[in-house]
Design a protein around this ligand. Structure first.
Ligand SMILES: [Zn+2]
Length: 237
């Protein structure tokens, strides 16, 4: 039996495309109907020092997992990520937690503050992060050199552009080259350039879209494979 498919185009407004292959019993249904195109802000809030913190805590307390126990450091991380989400969503929508990062977005860019108010939103989130970090550390962590070491910090990436919301595995996944770019920007040289692990990095696209003043930012051009060079603006926090 030959491969068959519908006459659907790529506009995303048509129904499922059924592709049947005669070499097996497999029938593949490609569902374009539930795809949603949007264009808006993409924000990542990323914990710096997360991996080394948890590794160092485990090394400092080799019996921390004994008998099914969970080291307090994990509770601290939960509190920090919870606080970030509370601060950003709303006005943003939570996409997901990606280990040490919170990924939020907005389908309707009008719900997001403009200009310096948007920067202030990130500043406020950072201030809350620092307060939670100090309070939780004092309340729950031991005072050994590792647990009390100042290794955790927070940085933000703010990008903007078109993306697609795809229903995958019962959730909604954001896809598209600008989503990939937002994640690539987490690997920027901003920390080395500014000498500050805590910063908000905004892409040129986000600056233009949300009319963000850049007088206090450090400009930087980043290059990533498969993309043209991208200009970003780094605000130390
Ligand atoms: Zn300790």
């Amino acid at each position: 039996m030959p491969v068959t498919r519908s006459d659907s185009c790529q506009s995303g407004v048509h129904g499922p495309v059924v592709v049947a292959c005669g070499r097996s019993d497999r029938v593949v249904v490609v569902n374009f109907k539930e795809l949603t195109a949007a264009s808006g802000p993409l924000v990542l809030a990323d914990l710096s020092g997360y991996t080394s913190f948890l590794r160092d805590v485990a090394e400092a307390h080799p019996d921390a997992f004994a008998g099914g126990a969970v080291p307090n450091a994990y509770g601290l991380i939960s509190s920090l990520l919870d606080g970030i989400i509370r601060h950003l969503a709303p006005p943003f929508t939570l996409s997901k937690i990606e280990g040490d990062a919170v990924f939020v977005f907005a389908e309707d860019a009008d719900v997001v503050p403009r200009g310096s108010d948007l920067l202030e939103c990130l500043h406020a989130c950072y201030a809350d992060f620092q307060q939670t970090l100090g309070e939780a550390r004092a309340a729950t962590l031991c005072t050994c050199g590792v647990c009390s070491r100042d290794t955790l910090d927070l940085k933000f990436v703010l990008h903007a552009g078109p993306f697609v919301l795809q229903p995958i595995g019962g959730g909604r996944e954001l896809s598209g080259p600008e989503v990939v770019m937002a994640h690539r920007l987490l690997k920027s040289d901003a920390a080395a350039l500014t000498g500050n692990r805590a910063y908000a990095l905004t892409s040129d696209a986000a600056v233009a879209r949300f009319r963000i003043p850049t007088d206090l930012a450090v400009p930087l051009v980043e290059s990533f494979e498969h993309y043209p060079p991208i200009t970003v603006h780094v605000f130390p926090l």
